[in-house]
Design a protein around this ligand. Structure first.
Ligand code: FJE
Ligand code: FE
Length: 293
């Protein structure tokens, strides 16, 4: 049987916008043009310089994946879990029933990276929160040929498998290519996905869609099992993100993502009263929030 390549069904350029406290983001999924792409709720390319950041805020019902490209972030949550994420480091945080935390630049230089929000199925939304943290050295790397460098954040690429466990089946592949190289990524036929371009230019998909940086390229759902890429510049850098759609109703209110309006009211009430996973949330203040104030 002939193999079918995925094509680019839509291309959307991210515009710069502000979120958190003065933090600059290029929003991909989650912007007005790309409300959500089941199972993904949001992808931000953040480019933050202190004193801007994302001080104390809650999450419920999904996972946040922070992948740092340049600079350093500090994080601290309401149960005392804290640390730093630097270039190439990965934090896969399953907020599930509740996390309250702060994420802010660790020093004076620009903190640049990606934050992806992966939805959870109803059965997982009220699970215990969990962190998977991989320093750069532990992020699985594969080079299928010279001039092609792949970091496997989640899933598998060219025989290399990420150790990250994803409650929602997800692949997240970071690819850097020199000019004139080719690359192919296998993608399960039942996954919905997209490519987000960070720098350089390349031809994407079977129909050779040319794209520059800061674009979200939504993959066709044509039963294709792979996406081919040909780079057109030496600084070609993009991520391929795909996952199995959950196909459940989504009701989102900022950082709470549930299945019904009733569950959103419950999330607000729990956060306010410190219950059902938000114990201690009301009294808590991060120690890092004052670093730049
Ligand atoms: C958010 C307030 C926030 N994009 N990229 C409201 F602070 C946030 C938020 C982030 C965020 C955090 C990081 Cl580290 C990177 C981000 C938004 O925390 F999403 C909303 N709606
Ligand atoms: Fe957060």
């Amino acid at each position: 049987m002939a193999r079918i390549a995925r094509n680019i069904a839509r291309s959307v350029l991210s515009r710069e916008q502000m979120d958190g406290e003065g933090a600059r983001v290029y929003r991909s999924i989650g912007s007005h043009a790309l409300r959500n792409l089941d199972p993904f709720l949001m992808l931000d390319e953040f480019d933050v310089k202190a004193p801007a950041g994302f001080p104390d805020h809650p999450h419920r019902g999904f996972e946040t994946v922070t992948y740092m490209l340049e600079g350093e972030f500090m994080h601290e949550d309401f149960k005392g879990h804290k640390g730093r994420i630097g270039p190439g480091d990965l934090q896969w945080m399953s907020a599930a029933k509740g996390i309250v935390h702060a994420e802010i630049p660790a020093n004076d230089s620009r903190a640049h990276g990606l934050q992806l929000w992966v939805n959870l199925a109803a059965k997982d939304k009220m699970a215990e929160p969990n962190y998977q943290e991989l320093p750069k050295e532990k992020v699985v790397h594969v080079s299928p040929e010279p001039g092609v460098d792949v970091n496997v954040i989640a899933g598998e690429s060219h025989g290399a498998q990420s150790p990250v466990l994803t409650r929602t089946p997800t692949m997240f592949i970071d690819v850097k290519m020199r000019k004139g190289k080719t690359f192919e990524q296998q993608i399960p036929t039942d996954y919905a996905g997209f490519i987000y371009t960070i720098s350089g230019s390349a031809n994407f998909g079977g129909s050779k869609h040319i794209s520059e940086a800061h674009h979200t390229l939504v993959l066709s759902e044509n039963q294709g099992d792979h996406i081919p890429v040909e780079s057109l510049s030496d600084d070609c850098h993009f991520v391929i993100i795909a996952g199995r759609p959950i196909r459940e109703p989504i009701v989102q209110y900022g950082p709470f993502v549930m299945n019904t309006q009733q569950e959103i009211y419950q999330a607000f009430a729990d956060y306010d009263r410190g219950r059902n996973g938000f114990e201690g949330a009301r009294e808590w203040q991060s120690s890092i929030r004052d670093k730049w104030h």
